[in-house]
Design a protein around this ligand. Structure first.
Ligand code: Q46
Ligand code: ZN
Length: 313
């Protein structure tokens, strides 16, 4: 198998593009897909400050590295969830990678440790407040990322979601007709109301397999294990189903997700009155000052409940 572009020996075949690439041309292909995503979805410009949400996995570390390679100003935030046998490893991978990047780029890593703030890791915290671990985790991560982005004046927050993630999420939402989530499924979500950072997904044109190949070829040392809490999740099942379809018919995932974007369902402009309505409903949380539609935001409510439980035991 030879490289479609330069005819030297190929290292990867991409059936959905009917192409094969050597390492150099594959890197060029990956960078081009990211650059195309950034431009077509107007994610950010060369002077914008980007905060990348990193977990230690292949997608987020690859994203951080590519953005710096393309000349963007990108820092990263890692949330240490305190999950035994997992968080120590992922934290270490992120710290090491940050040191490596800092040797050739101007960049920094910000770390938030759940244990330090809440006095317990995510699993104990979820048990204390009787909520599923992943939904507790989601509330904490969304809150901490948004807070860091807004308070430290980043223009945009970037996550490593790839084509497989987005297609699987879309499949789940369509299967259950969760139409209220569809307008949040685009790869670029503007900061619709003050106090909420703009969110973008620059890897949405690349599959999980392509990103894993890029990470291996470019010696990005990431944590291979998934978070243990992800076991049995519906997302993994949807990904499996889509992979099966992809093998039979290359390009299925891309046609499904990009077809959805082309139809404009995700980007349908919300009316001015809606946005004004949202803005009017928001007020600073009386505990932390972050915007919320209630008196106290859901993060602070959660933390207060956890503290009350600790004191009552
Ligand atoms: S990190 Fe958090 Fe995921 Fe782990 S605890 Fe669940 S939500 S599975 S993206
Ligand atoms: Zn709050």
């Amino acid at each position: 198998m030879n490289c479609t572009k330069c005819k030297t020996k190929a290292v990867i075949g991409l059936p959905r593009h009917n192409a094969a690439f050597c390492k150099l041309c594959f890197n060029g292909f990956v960078h081009e897909q990211v650059a195309r995503a950034v431009k077509s979805e107007r994610m950010f410009g060369p002077n914008d400050r980007i905060l990348v949400a990193v977990s230690g996995g292949k997608d987020s570390l690859t994203l951080w590295s590519i953005l710096l390679t393309l000349g963007y100003r990108a820092d990263a935030l890692y949330v240490d969830l305190g999950i035994p046998n997992y968080s120590e490893k992922s934290h270490e991978k992120v710290e090491r990678f940050a040191d490596k990047l800092a040797q050739s780029h101007e960049t920094k890593l910000i770390v938030h440790t759940v244990q330090e703030q809440a006095g317990a890791g995510i699993r104990e915290l979820a048990m204390l407040i009787r909520r599923p671990t992943c939904s507790t985790c989601g509330t904490i991560k969304r809150y901490q990322f948004n807070r860091a982005a807004v308070e430290q004046h980043y223009d945009v927050m970037a996550t490593g979601h790839n084509l497989d993630d987005e297609a699987a999420r879309l499949l789940g939402n369509v299967l259950h007709w969760q139409t209220e989530y569809l307008d949040k499924q685009g790869p670029s979500l503007p900061a619709s109301v003050e106090g909420f950072a703009k969110k973008v997904k620059p890897l949405y044109r690349l599959s999980e397999r392509e990103i894993a190949a890029y990470a291996v070829l470019n010696r990005i040392d990431y944590i291979v294990e998934e978070c243990p809490m992800a076991k049995g999740s519906k997302m993994l099942l949807y990904k499996e189903v889509l992979n099966r379809l992809e093998t039979e018919s290359p390009g299925t995932k891309q046609r499904f997700y990009c077809g959805f974007l082309e139809r404009g369902i995700a980007t349908e402009p919300r009316t001015g009155t809606m946005q004004e309505h949202d803005q009017a409903m928001l007020q600073p949380c009386t505990t932390c000052g972050q915007p919320t539609s209630a008196e106290v935001c859901s993060y602070c409510k959660m933390m207060a409940r956890a503290k009350a439980k600790v004191h009552s035991t």
